[in-house]
Design a protein around this ligand. Sequence first.
Ligand SMILES: Cc1ncc(COP(=O)(O)O)c(C=O)c1O
Length: 485
Amino acid sequence: MAHNDSLKYTVKSTYRKTEKVVHEMGFDLQSILSQYDKQNFSLYSEYINPQLVRVLRSIGFDKFYTHGRGAYLYDADGNEYLDFLSGFGVFALGRSHPAIKKALHEALDADLPSLIQLDAALLPGVAAKTLLEHCHEGMQRVFFTNSGAESVEAAIKFARAATQREKILYADHAFHGLTYGALSANGGQDFKTGFGPFLPGFTQVPFGDIKFVATELKKKDVAAVLLEPIQGKGVNMASLEYFSELSALCKEAGTLLIIDEVQTGLGRTGKLWAHEHYGLHPDIITVSKALSGGFMPVGAMICSKEISNSVYSSMDRAVVHSSTFKNNQLAMVAVLATLNTITEENLVENARLTGLAFEKALAPLVEKYELLQEVRGLGLMIGFEFGKPKSFALKTKFQLLEKARTGLFSQLIVGPLFTRHKILTQVAGDAMNVVKILPPLVVGQKEVDRFTEALDDVLSIAHKGNRLIFDFSSTLLKGTLKSKK
Ligand SMILES: Cc1ncc(COP(=O)(O)O)c(C=O)c1O
């Protein structure tokens, strides 16, 4: 037997054997799910992260979810939860969207030749072309990634390569991910403590204040300004003037403007890109969370030909920035199906209109409750800022909570919204009294009403200084203090 024939024979028979084993013994997901029924917390605690489990238990978020559909999650006891967290914005289309499921089934059945590596696959090209059709004209190239942080890492590297400068300016309260480049641009201490030193060349500037950034830009040595159009931590917004001045100053200084749309991108704010609200034409855009409809880890860094060519500047440098899984076919199919669904279901417009419905429904609560200082955001990215009340009785209670732990009050809103009303929301960041909602873009008036009534109820309890709230706070404190051991 010639050498090649024997090789062919081995490969073929191994494959046949595998197929037979799979067929006879069968991997059975259902039997795994029933074997480990409700053991999620013990397994997670033993093998992944016990502290997270302690936190979830202490705040009453220790449910065993069995499935999710649209804007709703279901637990093993048959309870239905309104998911206003949407996996931090990942499930913009709602959970288990049938169009993306169908596309992924089709892709699997087609045995697509994924990740050949020494190849230029078809679907990444189609996905890049389609994504660029949704961007401003200056955007001509896409680098696909596996996450938001990886997209930001790519943006930092490409900006340095394109400008041949080192400096990156980022904002206070910024969040761009937790890998070293992204973490070096984190505008808080919570995620940084214990992990230094960080990358050199990173300078923090106040978000929304043009003076400081202008002084830095005048030095003409800044590679890029890296900003979220609306900050995820705190749902902080800057003015139109700030962004337009910043954009002009960047151009003048030869500095690239990187707009991180990982959370805001693909319709969340009522426009496809949040930077459109500010009339910006960023040099680099990063996107991730919503990009695959929640099914595949995927992200993208989008830029001009010039920026891309500065990295891939010769055949020698054709793979100088890359990663093994970046163009995987299932992710690309999910990206294409997601972009198609966003257009077909008119989700951007729905986010805008439902955002306005929220604004209208929530405004009276700001009037009604002194603890609720402000509701802000755009479209379906909404923050609720709580603050020191004026009346004596409430002020004392609020101050006590703040003394125990800064930002504790917002946890006392998120807790009962979940335990009492089965609505999943989040505190918008550490040490701040801001609650954030990121509903799927498919929600409508029904969900607006349900949430508004629930928030009204929880705030009325808080205003009465009711035990429910303060019992919850002591459980929470006990739990979190214990988890520090
Ligand atoms: C604006 C922004 N950039 C980057 C990231 C990091 O994304 P990932 O968690 O996928 O790495 C996040 C995550 O929350 C984000 O909100």
